[in-house]
Design a protein around this ligand. Structure first.
Ligand SMILES: [Zn+2]
Length: 234
């Protein structure tokens, strides 16, 4: 029996698997996931997670352990609401971490107090401020021990890229909600097949919808509507 969280993990890892399996690149160091820019490597996996939040998908792949009944629509709606609850605050928290990490590893004076820098970031982006005795920065192991130094932003950025790619599927879906085969083919060619053999900007010129949207997003710095919709925005 799989929980919904298990299914999301399964789809996520399947995205990484597809990235490897669909590669058309023969050079090992730039085929599949290998060599893909850090902030794009989670794109195919997070992209796949979207399908776990589609009613049209879930109703056909869920079954009550005793009755075999699919997931009730009301329960799905509640799960969606719970997922989106205070998602804006969650996003700002990640932006706070990412900005702190980036500034710390770029123009921050190593002799200066890091708490002053953290406060400066919080003043700029935070809505809820923790008390002054909170020293979260000292246990931020991702950036000090986890190898993410100046790369923590990649978590959120990959969500933006995957939301942008997924929006191309939403916009080209048929009246019955089924995804467009043509868009799927373009996505496959632009992302999983290409590996790290082409930069995202080159891929978009070659392949159209799915990645053209990503380039638009990267180019303008705008967060796509799909990113907001996934988090309960309108
Ligand atoms: Zn992953």
């Amino acid at each position: 029996m799989l929980t919904h969280d298990d299914v999301i993990t399964l789809f996520h890892e399947c995205g990484h698997g597809l990235h490897h399996m669909l590669t058309q690149v023969n050079e090992r160091d730039v085929s599949g996931i290998s060599g893909v820019e850090w902030d794009a490597v989670e794109l195919p996996s997070q992209f796949m997670e979207n399908f776990c939040w589609e009613w049209g998908v879930l109703k056909y792949m869920t079954a009550h352990v005793e009755t075999g009944e699919p997931l009730p629509r009301e329960l799905f709606d509640k799960m969606l609401e719970a997922k989106n609850f205070q998602s804006g605050l969650g996003t700002l928290r990640q932006v706070e971490f990412a900005l702190f990490d980036m500034l710390l590893h770029t123009d921050h004076d190593p002799q200066a107090d890091i708490m002053g820098l953290l406060q400066q970031v919080r003043d700029e982006v935070s809505v809820l401020h923790p008390p002054a005795f909170n020293r979260m920065a000292h246990t931020f192991s991702h950036i000090f021990a986890g190898g993410y130094a100046a790369g923590y932003y990649s978590y959120k950025w990959a969500e933006v890229l995957s939301a942008d790619a997924y929006a191309a599927f939403e916009e080209t879906a048929g009246k019955d909600g089924m995804p467009s085969v043509q868009t799927g083919r373009k996505y496959r060619q632009a992302i999983p097949e290409a590996g790290a053999a082409a930069r995202p900007s080159n891929r978009s010129r070659r392949s159209g919808a799915a990645s053209r949207r990503s380039t638009r997003c990267c180019g303008t710095g705008a967060w796509p509507e799909q990113f907001q919709r996934e988090r309960g925005g309108s």
